[in-house]
Design a protein around this ligand. Structure first.
Ligand SMILES: Cc1cc2nc3c(=O)[nH]c(=O)nc-3n(C[C@H](O)[C@H](O)[C@H](O)COP(=O)(O)O)c2cc1C
Length: 386
């Protein structure tokens, strides 16, 4: 499939003449593909660090990696939200940040199995806080129990391969057989998962996701929050080891060098993010219009525990689809809770027949696409704080 791109490259030859030879020689730079997934990071001697390093490969909002770990014993530790890694403009009540705690726990549990342990997870051991507040209390206490089952997880391979693929898809419609297969493996009954390829529904979803991105673009704090997590070049990826960048939109090779060094730069975009916002809308149009299968997950209540478990359910869904060779990508703008978004969100939930009062926790597109570079992860030790 021919990949279209986030940034349309005009005047590529003119741009190239301005490139210095040092930029052209980027091939000697450390591989950005391996930041946070190299052998040293993953082959930790300490089983706690080992499963945490794998858990860090889970999907999480804006690749913020909002996790903090406090060790409590030779095989046990607390998971906290890292209060310095929130997204207050687009996720004002930190719902998505809590989904990102659940994705971490799902991956952790799979990694524990792979390495002959069972992860015993006690949620909110010091009490749960409200869905609109955030308190310095652990989200979970995890104890790694020796497993006698020698139980390799059937999803471990998917855990290593999974990625949120943001390039255009191929308008694929999931077949009844595939839907049945997903249903068989999906084991989070409290978080109903719905898929649709019906043309009317697909049309409604596409239109809404694009409209939602336009609304997001109207808030300068929201755009700046995304810009702050956008990594404009490999140097930024290496330095911050979080976020996502040009290469994760499928732009590679010489075009990537041109985009990173000629067309996009942080100073310019931070001063005036209007072009960046326009590109985000164009990208959303390409993403939405190239998908003909969408999935969404709801919950009847929306406590912090629901959000964490919904994160687990989302991660599991993504792993199942990865195993099936399908690409998947969340498009969350319409679900965000800032005031400007609420009227569109309300209408959307009604159009998709979500029962009144229920929460849509995730919405995503599904299809086929080539894989892109993996997003980076920080070093596992950076999560450890006293
Ligand atoms: C709760 C949640 C919300 C997300 N929302 C979006 C989104 O709106 N748009 C998007 O491109 N990716 C979204 N993602 C995907 C993340 O950007 C992605 O997981 C992160 O950058 C790490 O990359 P990876 O999934 O390829 O490992 C979301 C992920 C989670 C867990």
């Amino acid at each position: 499939m021919k990949r279209r791109q986030f940034i349309k490259i005009a005047g590529i030859t003119a741009g190239l003449t301005g490139l210095s030879s040092s930029l052209m020689g980027c091939s000697s730079a450390p591989s950005i593909e391996l930041i946070g997934r190299d052998n040293k990071q993953l082959n930790q001697d300490d089983i706690r660090l080992k499963v945490i390093a794998y858990a860090m490969l889970s999907p999480n909002p804006h690749n913020k990696q909002p996790w903090r770990i406090v060790m409590t014993g030779p095989k046990s530790f607390y998971l906290y939200v890292d209060m310095f890694r929130l997204l207050p403009a687009t996720d004002p009540y930190h719902r998505q940040i809590h989904l990102g705690q659940g994705t971490f726990l799902e991956s952790l549990s799979i990694a524990a199995h792979e390495f002959d342990h069972d992860a015993d997870i006690q949620y909110f051991p010091e009490g749960m806080y409200g869905p609109e507040e955030i308190v310095e209390k652990p989200v979970a206490h995890i104890t790694l129990l020796d497993s006698t089952r020698k139980n390799q997880s059937r999803f471990f391979d998917s855990l290593m391969r999974r990625q949120s693929i943001k390039t255009p898809y191929d308008n694929y419609q999931l077949t009844p057989k595939e839907l049945k297969y997903i249903e068989t493996l999906y084991n989070y009954d409290d978080f109903p998962l719905t898929f649709s390829s019906h043309p009317d529904t697909v049309h409604t979803i596409r239109r809404t996701l694009i409209e939602a991105m336009k609304i997001e673009d109207q808030g300068s704090d929201r755009v700046h929050e995304t810009v702050s997590m956008f990594r404009f070049n490999d140097e930024e990826l290496l330095k911050y080891q979080d976020g996502f960048g040009v290469v994760h939109s499928g732009i590679t090779g010489i075009k990537k060098i041109v985009v990173e060094h000629v067309l996009l730069n942080r100073d310019k975009v931070e001063k005036d993010p209007s072009d960046f916002g326009k590109k985000a809308i164009e990208l959303t149009e390409e993403q939405a219009n190239s998908a003909s299968s969408f999935g969404w997950m709801t919950s009847a209540t929306n406590t912090r525990l629901d959000q964490v478990k919904a994160g687990r359910a989302y991660c599991k869904t993504h792993l199942i689809l990865t195993q099936m060779g399908l690409a998947m990508h969340p498009m969350s703008q319409v679900l965000q809770e800032y005031a400007d978004m609420l009227p569109l969100q309300k209408r959307f939930l009604e159009q998709l027949n979500v029962p009144k009062g229920h929460t849509m926790q995730m919405i995503f597109r599904v299809g086929h696409a080539e894989s892109t570079a993996y997003t980076p992860r920080r070093q596992v030790q950076s999560l450890l704080k006293a």
